[in-house]
Design a protein around this ligand. Structure first.
Ligand code: CTP
Length: 216
């Protein structure tokens, strides 16, 4: 963690992960990375030192942000594990794949006649793992992408993952969803804070979130 006079160090995950079956096929999701990149840009604009660990996305890296590019959940965990002990704030925005193929092949698989069953195994929960290893003073922030009972699920994740803050995100509304330019979140704090932000461009939502979660 930074000494009191140096800039706040912020670690952010963004984008999807890809869990490869073979060199050309993977399991993933529709995350664009826009919300995580907006938070990285807003944090750098505040003068914070920003490490962004990004899954595969088609976005430019914001000015003054150090990016580490990763593919899978396991890569993302490895990159974050090295950076986490040095950060004052960790914001997990990435849409990490919850499962990966149990078996993957170095060669392209061939199609076969008839149906096919994929065997999957869980990936590591990066946010929960790092939150459990936190040092005193580190602020841990998650996102909850939900389509039903948004606040209930977000509150459960706030407690289960031992977070300071969680941004509940209703991804059932396409105009505010994972790939949209705008967002609306309900920011919940562990001390009972509850603040609705947006709908607004993701950069505006990011700036407002950082104002609220920045250590005093
Ligand atoms: N997260 C993570 N690693 C995972 C899964 C999720 O770091 N393997 C983080 C996300 O970046 C987000 C938070 O955990 O900040 C919640 O992610 P979400 O997908 O909403 O929830 P899950 O924990 O995956 O639970 P579920 O899929 O059952 O809703």
């Amino acid at each position: 963690m930074s000494p009191p006079s140096s800039p706040l160090r912020c670690l952010i995950t963004a984008g999807p992960t890809r869990e490869h079956l073979d060199p050309v096929r993977f399991l993933s999701n529709g995350s664009s990375g826009k919300m995580g990149y907006a938070l990285a840009a807003a944090a750098a604009a505040r003068g914070w030192q920003v490490d962004l660990v990004s899954g595969p996305v088609a976005l430019p890296v914001p000015a003054k942000v150090n990016v580490t590019r990763v593919i899978s959940a396991a890569d993302m965990l490895a990159a974050c594990t090295g950076l986490f002990p040095h950060c004052d704030m960790f914001i997990a925005v990435a849409a990490v794949a919850d499962y990966r193929p149990r078996f993957s092949s170095a060669q392209k698989g061939r199609k076969q006649a008839g149906p096919m069953t994929l065997e999957l195994e869980p990936t590591v929960d990066i946010l929960k793992t790092l939150a459990a290893a936190r040092q005193p003073g580190q602020v841990i922030v998650g996102f909850a992408a939900e389509t039903t009972e948004v606040e209930t699920h977000a509150r459960r994740k706030l407690v289960e993952k031992q977070l300071d803050w969680i941004a509940a995100n209703d991804v059932s509304r396409p105009e505010l969803g994972m790939n949209a330019d705008d967002n609306a979140v309900l920011l919940l704090g562990r001390r009972g804070e509850r603040v609705a932000i947006g709908p607004a461009p993701k950069i505006v939502v990011a700036q407002r979130m950082l104002e609220l979660i920045a250590p005093a």
